[in-house]
Design a binder for this molecule. Structure first.
Ligand SMILES: Nc1ncnc2c1ncn2[C@@H]1O[C@H](COP(=O)(O)OP(=O)(O)OP(=O)(O)O)[C@@H](O)[C@H]1O
Ligand SMILES: [Mg+2]
Length: 262
């Protein structure tokens, strides 16, 4: 009985992952997500939030996922980055089939390879800027001296060399977001996931943040997946993917379409 169920599940999973198109064969993607589906329970009803999404991202690409509020952007980011298991579909990131691994291995994969930048800064009130960044490096088995040096170097990169010892209550919104970014970047992650990284920032600080993410992609070869509904970010992307109501509507939208929002 259980075997029959398992077999059925495998069949469904395979059906949800369509054969790659000829131009995609042999290409090594940094992220290859196929047939991603996710539903949430809302009262008695199930709401389909992701309705079969394929997402293919090249190494070193900086890709924006744009779409209206509620279209499923954050849910997609969570599914692709190993934070929330989709109901169906597969995610291969850095040649690792994420959702086939144990919880523990997924956590380790994220720690080793992924940097996250979220909308809220999620900083610890009691820690200085430098300590906020060091705390992540602790898990990377860096020695104390190395952690301190790496934290200070990354904070200097984001223009906060003069704020190393400030706590969050002594920093502006833009400075706090840059600390959160330094925290994500200090370990030089191969994959960077950003969810509305500029939503709390004015235009100037937003530009600083996006310039940093571009630098990571182009100078360190990081792959950047950034979800946003901020049209001002379009100019920083290699490619814009649009999503509406849980479905991808374009995998290479023209940035000019978004330019009039400036
Ligand atoms: N854990 C959850 N439980 C139930 N419903 C959820 C959950 N997470 C998201 N949803 C629903 O899924 C839909 C898509 O949510 P999601 O956060 O992915 O949208 P979004 O595109 O990121 O929107 P925004 O631009 O406002 O951040 C929404 O209708 C939301 O209410
Ligand atoms: Mg969201």
């Amino acid at each position: 009985m259980i075997n029959a169920l398992r077999k059925k599940k495998v069949e469904i999973e395979e059906a949800a992952a369509p054969a790659p198109r000829p131009e995609e064969v042999g290409k090594r993607w940094a992220i290859e997500a196929r047939g991603i589906q996710k539903s949430f329970k809302a009262g008695q009803m199930m709401v389909d939030v992701l309705k079969g999404i394929d997402l293919l991202i090249e190494p070193g690409e900086i890709v924006l996922v744009m779409g209206p509020s509620g279209s499923g952007k954050s849910t997609l980011l969570a599914a692709v980055s190993g934070l929330m298991k989709p109901d169906l579909g597969s995610v291969v990131a850095l040649n690792t089939n994420i959702w086939k691994m144990s919880r523990k291995k997924i956590d380790r994969f994220r720690l080793d390879n992924c940097g996250f930048i979220f909308q809220g800064f999620n900083l610890f009130p009691a820690l200085t800027a430098s300590q906020q960044v060091q705390i992540v490096l602790k898990f990377m088995k860096l020695k104390k001296r190395e952690r301190k040096a790496a934290a200070e170097a990354t904070l200097t990169d984001v223009g906060l060399g003069h704020r190393l010892n400030n706590r969050p209550d002594r920093m502006s919104g833009g400075e706090k977001q840059r600390v959160a970014i330094a925290r994500a970047l200090a370990k030089k992650p191969k994959l960077i996931f950003a969810d509305e990284p500029t939503s709390a920032l004015d235009g100037e600080n937003g530009n600083i943040v996006m310039t940093l993410l571009r630098k990571c992609a182009k100078e360190q070869g990081a792959t950047v997946l950034c979800v946003t509904h901020d049209a001002r970010l379009a100019v920083f992307a290699d490619r814009i993917i649009t999503i509406e109501d849980g479905r991808i509507t374009s995998t290479n939208a023209d940035p000019a379409l978004f330019a009039h929002h400036h």
